[in-house]
Ligand binder design. Sequence first.
Ligand code: 4NP
Length: 157
Amino acid sequence: MKKIAVLFVCLGNICRSPAAEAIFINLLEKKGLTDAFIVDSAGTGSWHIGKKADSRMRIAAERRDINILSRARQITCEDFEKFNYILAMDNSNFQNIQDFKNRSPSSDFALIKKIQNFRSVFNEQEVPDPYFGGDEGFDHVLDILEDSVSCFLDSIS
Ligand code: 4NP
């Protein structure tokens, strides 16, 4: 059976989207669905390419037994034909993804959505950027994402 490919996207690809990717991978493992999916994350920006996720996010996730293993990369044209779903963390990422797609010879294959379209428990319509804030911001991002990422999976399976 063809795998479902899901790409989570934020600005730097070192805080929110690697966390969403790791939460999703963790959830798939728990549900025995790992083999049915391809999961990745990317940033719209290029500043952090090749870096591990921010240590504050990795530590906050490890407290929940979630390992963030990804290295930052920037979104590419090929992503629009490889991934079934491209899930933006906030409005700005969503707009930047659309702009990038419109500027480049990209496919219309991927469905581009905001991850918070799938929220149920939290009211936030965007995943807030925790990068310039305190440690509690990272936990809040994880709380929000555990809700919306799980609802996203429910919506497609
Ligand atoms: P992210 O957070 O988009 O969730 O990875 C950020 C990481 C780095 C920067 C901004 C946001 N930055 O300005 O370097």
